[in-house]
Design a binder for this molecule. Structure first.
Ligand code: ARG
Length: 575
């Protein structure tokens, strides 16, 4: 079950006509004609030639002569070019269909129902409790949300799960620190700041006083054993941290359904370790609680599921997480949007789970990794204490810089408008910078580049959207009806084909976990709109053509909004 868009229909009609000519289904494999051939789809005739024992060029010529689609069909001219049979779209029919589809479907244009409400779990952002999110959390958060938007749009039921780092001895230390130096007023004022401060103080003082480490560990033990005071404090720290994270997420258009941190899986760990041992995948050391996971046979370094002091690990919790998700949702896909440095971790998880008999489940898991963020000079961001750039501050700076630009370009806007536009442009620029290239590439963090109104940037695309909006405003809105067949200029045709290709870009971006495919579509469409805007008059065009051009502008605006929306970026109407 999927929505059929204009280009799908074009292919389907060609396929049906070919099958009626006794072409076999396996002989139909289309290719895109080379740029110098004015056609939209090509059929290489080599397979047919082999079966019919005739030269491919003769077959192409014969088929071209036999196939006739008539004047009102989506398939226009059919011609032979050497061994290729080429098909052109009928421009007038395409224009009618596409513009009607875009304007009728509105914000749903490009979406689909293929997902059939199957669950897709996306595990992204996932920072640690009682820390601030910093520049290092940016990519997982932004890419994860974009992929999630794509899956939502294609009819899946997505679950954004924030796998918070909320377990480990550090929480014992934090409880100790709070009990020793916690200040209620400071907690009311800026809780996260205060927690970070007292945690740092713990480490400072532990240098002088080694007994503190012990005390911290004891508090963690109490936490593990369910001591009410320890639980209450720890729970409170988590809540405060989530509240703080959510402020940042909201600004970035990021949303989670569940915050099942690592601790959530704590009660399930004994069982999973036992299962791994019973199935002969892991081995318990004699005379020690340690459980070893030996994967060296598969070229994967060995690791532990339980340490000799009895403690479990991040990896152990990952096993339980995977099983729980399977039981709770039976998802079609589980996507882990996590940095490259955890590749080994996921290989260990998936290999071991496969050996435990969960092969079918592991095939539905994908580790989606990504490149790093580097400064314009190619150097890395420092993660040393004191120099770290916090995500919150990054968002503030993006808005501030965008504000200056808006001020300069459009001083007549009201203060309120300026603030709103600066927010949309600043945050948009930041998100787009993370999404416009293949995610595996490193991205450069360069304010001037990402905020530029020229080139492949969010502000450029947003700006083209405001032009659509402004011409429609001047015309008093989009025309009730218009004749799209009048749009025959090359610049107009290019935009119609862009709009026709949008659903395919969405499909590809989702299937390949590649939001940049949508970004590329946005940039090409924005550029084509720039050409149209420069070369073609809209408001002064003759009656009929004027309405059709306004209809086109409205459809382009819708397409740009939908594409930007998938990337989590807003589309202002004025800038
Ligand atoms: N909290 C982890 C970290 O900060 C990331 C967790 C990613 N998700 C997962 N299922 N392992 O590195």
């Amino acid at each position: 079950m999927f929505r059929e868009y204009a280009l799908d229909c074009f292919e389907r009609e060609i396929r049906t006509a070919l099958l009626a000519q006794e072409v076999q289904p396996e002989e139909i494999s289309f290719s895109a004609p080379p740029a110098d051939i004015a056609a939209d789809l090509g059929l290489p005739c080599f397979l047919l030639a082999r079966r019919l024992r005739r030269p491919p060029a003769t077959i192409a010529a014969d088929l071209a002569a036999q196939l006739d689609f008539g004047p009102d069909r989506l398939v226009g001219e059919v011609s032979a070019h050497g061994p290729y049979l080429n098909f052109c779209l009928n421009p007038a029919v395409l224009a009618e269909r596409v513009l009607r589809q875009v304007l009728d479907s509105g914000s749903a244009y490009g979406g689909d129902t293929v997902g059939q409400e199957h669950y897709v779990i996306l595990d992204y952002s996932s920072p640690n409790v009682a820390r601030r999110m910093h520049v290092g959390h940016m990519r997982s958060t932004v890419i994860g949300q974009a992929i999630r938007n794509l899956y939502d749009f294609r009819g899946y039921r997505t679950i954004g799960d924030n796998h918070l780092g909320d377990w480990g001895t550090q929480f014992g230390k934090l409880i100790y620190a709070y009990k020793a130096w916690g200040d209620e007023e400071a907690m009311a004022d800026d809780p996260l700041e205060h927690l970070i401060e007292i945690y740092a103080r713990f480490h400072e003082e532990a240098k002088e006083n080694p007994g503190l480490e012990q005390a911290g560990r004891r508090w963690f033990l109490r936490l593990e054993e369910g001591d009410p005071e320890a639980r209450r404090l720890w729970q409170w720290f988590i809540e405060l941290t989530i509240q703080e994270f959510e402020k940042t997420y909201r600004r970035m258009g990021v949303h989670f359904d569940t915050y099942h941190g690592e601790s959530f899986y704590e009660p399930m760990l004994d069982d999973i370790i036992q299962e791994a041992v019973d199935k002969g995948v892991a081995e318990k050391k004699p005379d020690s609680p340690a459980v070893v996971l030996d994967l060296s046979e598969y070229g994967i370094p060995s690791t532990l599921l339980r340490k000799s002091d009895g403690a479990t690990l991040y990896l152990t919790r990952e096993f339980a997480t995977l099983l729980w998700r399977q039981q709770e949702y039976d998802p079609a896909l589980i996507l882990y949007i996590v940095g490259e440095e955890q590749t080994l971790h996921f290989r260990q998880l998936l290999k071991a789970m496969e050996l435990m008999g969960y092969e079918e489940l592991t095939r539905r898991c994908v580790h989606i990794s990504f490149g790093r963020i580097v400064k314009p000079d190619g150097s890395r961001f420092s993660m040393r204490e004191g120099d770290v750039i916090f995500l919150r501050d990054l968002l503030d700076e993006a808005e501030l810089r965008a504000r200056r630009i808006v001020e300069e370009k459009n001083p007549d806007l009201t203060e309120e408008e300026k603030a709103e536009i600066a927010r949309q442009v600043g945050i948009g620029a930041l998100l787009y910078n993370d999404l416009y290239q293949d995610r595996n590439r490193d991205i450069t963090f360069d304010w001037d580049q990402m905020l530029s109104f020229e080139g492949n940037t969010a502000p450029y695309i947003q700006y083209m959207h405001t032009r659509c909006a402004s011409v429609l405003r001047k015309a008093g809105g989009r025309p009730e009806s218009f004749q799209a067949g009048l749009l025959q200029e090359e610049q107009e045709q290019a935009l119609i084909k862009d709009l026709a290709r949008f659903p395919e870009a969405v499909r590809k971006a989702a299937e390949q976990y590649a939001p940049h495919v949508v970004a590329e579509w946005l940039y090409e469409t924005a550029r084509d709109f720039g050409r149209f805007w420069r070369d073609i008059s809209i408001l002064n065009a003759p009656a009929g053509v004027r309405e059709a051009r306004l209809g086109l502008a409205a459809a382009v605006a819708q397409g740009l909004r939908n594409g930007l929306g998938l990337l989590g970026i807003e589309a202002p109407r004025k800038m």
